[in-house]
Design a binder for this molecule. Sequence first.
Ligand code: KIV
Ligand code: ZN
Length: 525
Amino acid sequence: MSTGPVQPNNDADRVKIFDTTLRDGEQSPGITLNTREKLEIAHQLRRLGVDVIEAGFPITSPGDFEAVRAIANEVPDVVIAALARANEKDVTVAGDAVRDASRGRIHTFIATSDIHLEHKLRMSRAQVLAAAIAAVRLARTIVDDVEFSCEDSTRSDPAFVAEVVAAAIAEGATTINLPDTVGYTMPNEFQQFLLELYDRCPPLRDVTLSVHCHNDLGLAVANSLAGVQVGARQVEGCVNGIGERAGNASIEELAMILRTRAADLGGLWCDIDTTEITRASRLVSRLTGYVIQPNKAIVGRNAFAHEAGIHQHGVLSNPLTYEIMDATSVGLARNSIVLGKHSGRHGFDHALKELGYELDPDELNAAFARFKDIADLKGRLSGVDLEALVSDEMRVEGGDALTLDDLAVTTQLSHAPHATVAISDADGTRHTGSGTGDGPVNALMHAIDAAIGSAGVLLEYQVSAVTGGTDALGEARVVCEIDGRNYAGQGVSTDVLEATAIAYLRAVDASRRASHGERVMAGGV
Ligand code: KIV
Ligand code: ZN
């Protein structure tokens, strides 16, 4: 059995990793990332070594456009893709968004299945073909690197897919993506489908074939692997497998399969630096508010834990008894940073750099002040605490955030819990409010609503400790319905009620940002 990486050497066997955490991942219900957060994730994706970052869907909102443009401007050495439906406006706007990228890509798509044509697009096959041709042709006048996708390809007539793909290649598409949009296919069936496409459309061998699999039946990674085994050389996925509905293929799982089973995969390899996986996973989880299930492969908290005595004994004698991967290969256990209340700015700055954060001087000052406050209360902060604290700071974008100035919550067995809060607006206006509720969290939300006129309905609420110990930092996560839509927020503090109030204010903030830059396109992709 081989568990280590096989030395990659053949470019033809290289599988490009196309990360769509910031586009398909961001389409998950309740996720709203601001530009600062998207940039942070994009920088980490670059460190992780992905080949392509799909940074967003620029036509959908001014916020999406700005985020794609910022990433295109700031993140070097990686292809930055922008998504566009197959129409002139989408393609032009996507092109504008990636214009300044050192390597920009327009990714244009249209559905090819009859069910989508009839019920969503209300277009004939001839119209779809014409739209695909026009979109790729236009995109190629803007950038050299054009990806074309047949949405819902696995439920489409292969003859029609082949016709559209051949036309897209003739117009200059350099990557052809065949998505399993609704997560319906099975590995052997998907392989047959791709092989049939190669047969029906020989020019497909001259471009990069990409696969993009959703996880509705839990087969996204298996289908992606099946795809690369018959010739696909790009896989699309998201960190932690987030994405529409049940999510997209998880890129950390794909990367670790390619690494761990390299000897059995005929030389397939990818350029992911697997030691950056844990950091990428934590960052995405924290900023999106999507908690990772403890038993999730590769990045779940239990993925490398051994509970049963018999397993522990085996692992201590020889890790290979129960471990097929080494925890350090995914970046676990290398984080030994500890800072205390006597640590200075220099040490703090150094630790952040080691963790991969590059803050500008203002951000560094704000994070350092926050670190000092928490270190006073908590004594020592680990690298994981610092990650929580810094990514928490990043959620405050520009000056538009509501800030919690003060809060008091009283609970008594004989009385309903009561809360009062003081909150500042971006322009410094102070609002106060108070409220009672069934419990302290309910009272706190009523107090915030009374202060700022919000009206959120709490759908999900979680509090967790960032690290172990009774002095651990607490992280609160809320998902609220506000004005008919769901918004997530997270907050970190040594006081879980303060963390809760911050999380709720961020959800309110997200709803206000969304209503300013209302999404132009209704529905998912
Ligand atoms: O799932 C899908 O089909 C997509 C396309 C836009 C690539 O996300
Ligand atoms: Zn998708």
